[in-house]
Design a protein around this ligand. Sequence first.
Ligand SMILES: Nc1ncnc2c1ncn2[C@@H]1O[C@H](COP(=O)(O)OP(=O)(O)O)[C@@H](O)[C@H]1O
Ligand SMILES: [Mg+2]
Length: 249
Amino acid sequence: MLEIENLHVSVAGKKILDGLSLSVPAGQVAAIMGPNGSGKSTLSYVIAGRADYDVTEGSIRLGGVDLLDKTAAERAALGLFLVFQYPLEIPGVATMTFLKAALNAQRKMRDEAEMAIPDFMKRVREAAARLNIPQDMLKRPVNLGFSGGEKKRMEILQMALLEPRFAILDELDSGLDIDALRICADGVNALRSKERSLLVITHYQRLLDYIVPDVVHVMSEGKIVRSGGPELALELEKSGYADYASEAA
Ligand SMILES: Nc1ncnc2c1ncn2[C@@H]1O[C@H](COP(=O)(O)OP(=O)(O)O)[C@@H](O)[C@H]1O
Ligand SMILES: [Mg+2]
């Protein structure tokens, strides 16, 4: 599903990803763990197509399609979705309006008709209820004044509506209390399927108690330095990243 080969990326002249290779097959839930500053968020932004990153070498393919020459919107239409570590606020745009625009923009790029409003409303209401999102939150501007937990639940709501085939969750647990974490993780787990892959980025093992990955990759200084099963996360929880990160020394 996702194939990254020998990816080298710089930001503002500083090398951040340094020959990173990663393969995530369809249906797999892969975790990336790594210390702060190892390049995890940079990786997620580069996959999603955010500007300002200078890819000097390597390739990223999704379902065989080269992503690097595609815009962020085109990548989203191909089924890519990123849950931001810090979700953006959009003053002046009601959440419901935003969700509808996001969904229809993707459908349009795929030459699909807009979803009928009653069908859309029904889907949003059902998905919101599952995530404990009150209906009145959907009338407020996107993320404006939302708590950390509310923002993350809104991201999962978007993900549930857009039904991506590849979703990246960057530090889903940051800013979440344990109840909010459980609700978000349940929402994510409900979206696990044979056709959908997830890349769960975190520096704490705790999240992986709730979203149990099939494989764990350890990232350090811009590349994957070790891969293993879920037990690798538990091992890291005990030993820390000291073996992997020179910066932590
Ligand atoms: N826009 C930027 N300009 C300069 N340095 C950046 C920029 N974005 C990220 N970095 C640097 O790249 C490194 C990796 O950052 P990041 O990808 O956020 O790591 P992580 O998510 O693993 O904590 C850090 O040293 C960070 O300071
Ligand atoms: Mg980060």
